[in-house]
Design a protein around this ligand. Structure first.
Ligand code: ADP
Length: 342
């Protein structure tokens, strides 16, 4: 069941440079985010990701279309109803957005104070939240005394304070080093699994999607150009922008420079085979090549694991009669994706 559903949503702004023209920051986007999942939205800077977030938590009105959160069309709500809705949606940010003059405990308590939760209850809840994010002993510290990863943990504790059903993470790990990113993503995974909170992860980093999301939408110029299961998009991207993102994390596909090096080092035709689980096994490919009298040398490769499912790429240098190679590749191609280097 969808917890967030966008139907034909467009958001336009007046262009800063061309008078009278509009920029479609979001251009006719439809999207369904399922209750309880971690949904990734990836795109380069300017793709429209932050605008999409502001539409989901109703910080800005849509130009046209519907945004349905938990069954309610939020484009029709009054300001008072929107305030209530925002309690259902927690948010964390790249720069953490903590109050530097307030202690960690006061930062986490802030949304509770706004919501009118009595002081004694607030204290108990803050202690629970800080324990959950592993900062039980930091309540009296100020944000400046914490590392980046700890600050983001405070951000997460604060976002969870009002028991939201949805957590929006806008480039939440982009200011962190890889080690700390890993820790924070681990915490978000717990938020999702242990608390059942739906998480929407906005990022320009494909490894973030790889480690936490189950489904992903790829955005470009205000549109969703591809969406699906993370495994499917990673193992078989359909759009050139998706392929560029995937190539930043997927192991085993030689780039143009590497292909040139392979050519220098190896005789024969350079062919990359892509295997997904359920594909015919590599050994069958080798049997096919041997049967056709084609010589093969394994020259490049890698296996990727996405949440327990594997896919991989093997690059072979093939030698022998061209006709025999073509024939073997044609048979192999019926089950395995084959790309010959130009
Ligand atoms: P991203 O988060 O993917 O970097 P944004 O949502 O910030 O992308 O921006 C998408 C496009 O919309 C950009 O061209 C940006 O300049 C434009 N845009 C975003 N917000 C505004 C605004 N408030 N006024 C005018 N243009 C905006």
């Amino acid at each position: 069941m969808s917890i967030v559903s966008l139907k034909d949503v467009t958001k336009s702004y007046p262009s800063a440079t061309a008078k009278g023209e509009l920029i479609h920051a979001i251009d006719n986007v439809s999207l369904d985010i399922e209750k309880g999942e971690v949904f990734g939205i990836i795109g380069y800077s300017g793709a429209g990701k932050s605008t999409l977030v502001r539409l989901i938590n109703a910080l800005e009105p849509v130009s046209s279309g519907q945004v349905i959160v938990d069954g309610t069309d939020i484009t029709r709500l009054s300001e008072g109803e929107l305030r209530k809705l925002r309690l259902e949606i927690g948010m964390i940010f790249q720069q953490f957005n903590l109050f530097s003059s307030k202690t960690v405990a006061k930062n986490v308590a802030y949304p509770l104070a706004i919501a009118g939760v009595p002081k004694s209850e607030r204290k108990k809840r803050v202690a629970e939240l800080l324990d959950f994010v592993g900062l039980g002993d930091k309540g009296r510290n100020y944000p400046d005394q914490l590392s980046g990863g700890q600050k983001q943990r405070v951000g997460i504790a604060r976002a969870l304070a009002t028991n939201p059903r949805i957590l929006l993470a806008d480039e939440a790990t982009s200011a962190l080093d890889p080690e700390t990113t890993h820790e924070v993503l681990g915490l978000l995974d717990r938020v999702n699994r242990e608390l059942g909170i739906t998480i929407v992860v906005i990022t320009h980093e494909m490894d973030v999607i790889q480690s936490i999301a189950s489904r992903v939408a790829v955005m470009e110029k205000g549109r969703i150009i591809e969406q699906g299961d993370v495994f499917d998009v990673f193992s078989d991207p359909q759009h050139s922008a998706s392929r560029r993102f995937v190539s930043t994390v997927v192991k085993g596909i030689p780039d143009a420079v590497e292909v040139a090096t392979l050519r220098e080092r190896h005789a024969g035709r350079i062919v990359t085979l892509s295997f997904r689980d359920g594909n015919r096994s590599q050994s069958e490919v080798f049997v096919e090549l041997s049967r056709a009298g084609v010589g093969f040398e394994l020259v490049y490769g890698g296996i990727n694991d996405i949440r327990g499912r594997a896919f991989g790429h093997l690059t072979l240098a093939l030698t022998g009669e061209d006709a025999a190679i073509d024939d073997a590749l044609k048979r192999i191609e019926t089950t395995v994706e084959v790309v010959e280097a130009a």
